[in-house]
Design a protein around this ligand. Sequence first.
Ligand code: CP3
Length: 385
Amino acid sequence: MPRASDRTREARQSERGTIAGMTPVDARPAGPTSAAARGPAHDSAFLRACRREAVPHTPVWFMRQAGRALPEYRKLREGNEMLDACATPDLVTEITLQPVRRYGVDAAIFFSDIVVPLKAVGVDLDIVPGVGPVVAQPFRSAADLDRLPALTPADVPYITEAVRNLVAELGSTPLIGFAGAPFTLASYLVEGGPSKNHAATKALMYGDPALWQSLLDRLATITLAFLRVQVDAGASAVQLFDSWVGALPAADYRELVSPHSARVLAGVSDVPRIHFGVGTGELLHDMGQAGADVVGVDWRVPLSDAVRRIGPGRAVQGNLDPTLVFAPREVVARKVRETLIEGQAAEGHVFNLGHGVLPDTDPDALLHVVELVHAGLEGPAAEGG
Ligand code: CP3
């Protein structure tokens, strides 16, 4: 079998029975086909790549594209607390659109936060600038389960309104809805805030597996309801962020976490589902098996390796190191090119960073990445090395 890097995009697409840039006659299963997925964004490069269909160009968007790297974001946020902004549909709509206008990315990600549904069901928490989510009373015992009731659409009317506004504004550009996965949400609840080692979380998980399973079950119910609100309002894909699950070995992930994430993903099978975490090289296969259509890969694992670990039938997303955009332009061009070549090993590739945009990133550097990705391997802009 030829190495992925020896094969051109045309070669791969003709293997798939399609012609580059043309509407394909694709033999593979069609994939998710809900009303949402069939909207005006249905034939976008992003949704096509998620469904592992031929694409006119590799689609690209950035985790945390809406946020502090943009001066226009900082201006809008002046005087608005993060969680208040998340509950104000006009602000959510505008902030979500800002990076789409500036970068010409292939998808918008809904502006919100993984702790918004927890706040919506009544958990006392805040997002502290420069720190992250902080929970007033950390989760400690079975009695705390009562503080995690199910979420209903009536708890988050501002989400429905903002998604509807956005879908109307975005037209053929897809909107990605998102939520935090049960493990990552549990980590914030149990630790009370950001954590490096997740020691209290793991102590609960290993020390009281029955309570742990109940906690993750509650969180899966909330997360699924939050994703359903977004999909029912018109989001055409979702990303489940299990940012911190890379702290676990695969066997424990399979036993104590993945069934809950799988229940969430199964509940939104009418749209493409992206499943992402950081430092999850050892979990990639299981994260795909949990029910993802696209597996997000951080920058530590080359995409061709990731594809082997994940196995067939899934697309990949990633994985330029988010610090690389601080390097000279020719280095960025070379690394983007390498990532595109690596991505050819996959049945579908959505270009992204390996984690979120860092706050002091120069927006022009991200614009440069978008231009390079869109120019592709044949583009003059990609001749970086
Ligand atoms: O990607 C996007 O542009 C959409 C918006 C988005 C935010 N948070 C906005 C935000 C998304 C997808 C998230 C997800 C999120 N939130 C995750 C998973 C993604 C990841 O990075 O792994 C996690 C772990 C959180 C929890 C959280 N919220 C953190 C760690 C922080 C940063 C704290 C800080 O200030 O350094 C937040 C706050 C937050 N969420 C900000 C934004 C734009 C910054 C708040 C601000 O601008 O004041």
